[in-house]
Design a protein around this ligand. Sequence first.
Ligand code: ADP
Ligand code: MG
Length: 351
Amino acid sequence: MTISFDQVSKVFADGTIALDNLRLEFNQGEFIVLLGPSGSGKTTACRILAGLEQATSGSVSIDGRDITKLPPRERNMSMVFQNYALYSHKTVFENIAYPLRVRKIATGQIDEKVREIAQLLQIDAFLNRRPSQLSGGQAQRVAVARALVWNPDICLMDEPLSNLDAILRLQTRTELKRLHGDLGHTFVFVTHDQEEAMTLGTRIAVLNEGKLVQFDTPKRVYHEPATRFVAEFIGRPAMNIIDGEIEAGIFHAGGFEISVPQQPDGPVAMGIRPEQIVLRDRATDDTIEFELDVIELVEPDTLLFVKNNEAALVVRVLREVGQLERGSVVHLELPRENRHFFEALNGRRRI
Ligand code: ADP
Ligand code: MG
């Protein structure tokens, strides 16, 4: 099964362009994450796929069959929202059983299916409770169980973990990943949290201002960001970006200089991830001197905030930094293979 968005745009009545020419194609069994800041069009894309919203132009299809106008009921998709919206007067069992009853499944089978999915999500001990007697995490798992119990073609989840506290969010994240591994369902998962996206997605669609900026595996999104926006959005602390200019193989940025052979001249932004900068004990041909400004401990790592003229960097060091203190000179290597270059004009990655 292949699901495609073909040049889908959505303009709301007030003129807001929520989606701009979205093209996206993925396959059965994938865990697709729609990632982007608030307002980037993630929910709109999800709702168009579910049939809850109509595209202004373009089409959505499954295996080449146009489903753009198909009502939600006929799409074989289920949705889990941030505010999981369980039926408060029904037991957990009946909440999970609901989609099966609507589909007129035989009672014996309903019992079996509900217990099976409840066990998988570790909520089988609460089947007789009402939603008000559950913790937030348990309630969210009931919502997930209800979405999966009838074996939909696609399960859409719009920020399902954002109402949970930090620890529960991590646990539920791991459970979702295990569930995906066990059941092989097709998930479309919306989040603004880059870490959630990186850990869950088989592929991540990064959206910004209604446009798809990159659709790739987590590894490639991280190591080969297509634009400066993706580079800065993915990874914490964010990738260091220095705005400057290349002239005859030298990158200049307000007094900071580094040799960048093979890079064409022109205005450019150079990026390097904090953990991919190497701290050396002494100066070598490959190091540049920086002045240490601030040290932050984020056990077990250390963050060094350093500067060299106008250029400021954050360095993530995976070890003790010994005698270093504010004002110390540090010798940093910015390995060539770890540098990224983006066009100053449009933020696109330079080849
Ligand atoms: P996200 O889920 O990424 O936060 P949305 O898809 O909800 O983004 O929204 C994308 C853009 O469309 C935002 O600018 C939002 O304000 C706007 N938008 C969403 N729904 C409506 C609506 N019903 N009417 C007008 N604008 C809307
Ligand atoms: Mg949203």
